[in-house]
Design a protein around this ligand. Structure first.
Ligand code: SF4
Length: 361
């Protein structure tokens, strides 16, 4: 499913662009310097679009300040009041999200006029939690239909104004409700890029599974041009999880793919503790590499045939393998150094003085 492509401060969304990974600042805009630090950290983690809550026109100067400095495009998140949306657009921000569940249509025409003038993108983002009872009643109490209708209602007004730089989004905390609403919207409006996510999906394991379940069902149908894994965690975790999902679905190659065995009675090494030792340096590795850590040399290399770097427990420590071929056996003490060699030869981006094996050069 190919939608039209939008460009948001140089970031392409929709069309042939890869599925983008988003997050949202978890710091109030009243603390602009901390917001900027979080934007920089999110950018480093690979975040491509950062949403920022903009609850009051009084914060306009802070939004402008942040927008001028953020290394990643921003989207102001607006609820309740069209005047706030107008203030956000006036600040020069490249995109805003409006919520059709709590913002009437009275300001929409002036919002469209301002967005057109500023060349900003509008996201119509409905949320299950903010649907009104009249919106629910009109859909016969079917929440997925109410979500889709809420988006549609504002979309029609924007289209009547001749404005098309629009991203659609309909989220709920229910996986199946979200999937149904998005499938409905995508089938009716395939031309518009869609932002997908399961809102308030939760904490830790449950949040990850819920998001992955819902987003996989949509992405497998070709629905979704940008995504957010909403978690009650640090926002960087949302970004890493987003890329992990897209790697699993073979849609993006950003980051390192980890293959590790669950271990069994044949294991010779503590796979988990080795991964914990190696993982901090994975962020420095170039994209699209696979690192495998397997519990034993019997099946390990065969089970991780495609790994660029592999470790399999052995009687003397660990055997190192590449692309399924065993190279040599090393002790567990030698392992971090051997991995550092591999990282350097792969073009890892780390400060030269942090790399032990380069210190002698
Ligand atoms: S790689 Fe070895 S330790 Fe790990 S699950 Fe397979 S047989 Fe068991």
């Amino acid at each position: 499913m190919s939608s039209r492509q939008l460009v948001l401060r140089g970031l392409t969304i929709g069309g042939e662009a890869p599925v983008r990974v988003e997050s949202m600042l978890k710091i109030p805009l009243s603390l602009p310097e901390e917001c900027l630090a979080q934007c920089i950290s999110l950018h480093k983690a690979g975040c491509e679009l950062v949403r920022v809550a903009f609850p009051s026109v009084d914060l306009r100067a802070n939004l402008e300040w942040l927008n001028d400095r953020a290394p990643v495009p921003l989207m102001a998140d607006i609820h309740f009041d069209g005047a706030i949306a107008l203030a956000a657009l006036e600040s020069g921000i490249p995109s805003i999200r409006i919520n059709p569940g709590n913002m009437g249509s009275s300001h929409l025409r002036s919002i469209v006029a301002s967005a057109r003038e500023k060349k900003a993108v509008l996201r119509i983002g409905a949320n299950g939690g903010s649907l009104s009872s009249s919106q629910l009643d009109a859909a016969g109490g079917v929440r997925s239909d109410a979500l889709a209708s809420a988006v549609e209602e504002q979309l029609r007004i924007l289209l009547a104004e001749g404005f098309e730089d629009i991203i659609l989004s309909a989220k709920s905390t229910s996986v199946m409700e979200t999937v149904r609403a998005n499938t409905l919207l995508a089938s009716k409006y395939p031309d518009f890029p869609m932002h997908i996510g399961i809102t308030e999906s939760g904490y830790g394991r449950d949040g990850l599974v819920k998001s992955a379940a819902g987003l996989s069902l949509l992405l497998a149908q070709g629905i979704g041009n940008t995504l957010r894994i909403s978690l009650t965690e640090k926002p960087e975790e949302e970004v890493l999880a987003g890329y992990a999902l897209l790697r699993a679905l073979e849609m993006r190659s950003h980051g390192v793919t980890i293959v590790s065995c669950p271990t069994c009675g044949r294991r010779r090494i503590d796979v988990r503790s080795i991964l914990e030792k190696l993982e901090p340096s994975f962020a420095d590795l170039p994209d699209a590499l696979t690192v495998a850590v397997m519990g034993c040399e019997v099946n390990g290399p065969r089970e991780a045939m495609d790994a660029d770097f592999g470790v399999a427990g052995s009687p003397g420590g660990a055997v190192i393998f590449k692309k399924g071929k065993i190279l040599r056996e090393v002790s567990l003490d030698e392992l971090p150094g051997v991995f550092a060699d591999f990282a350097c030869s792969s073009g890892a981006e780390h400060p030269r003085n942090s790399c032990e094996h380069l210190k002698g050069e």
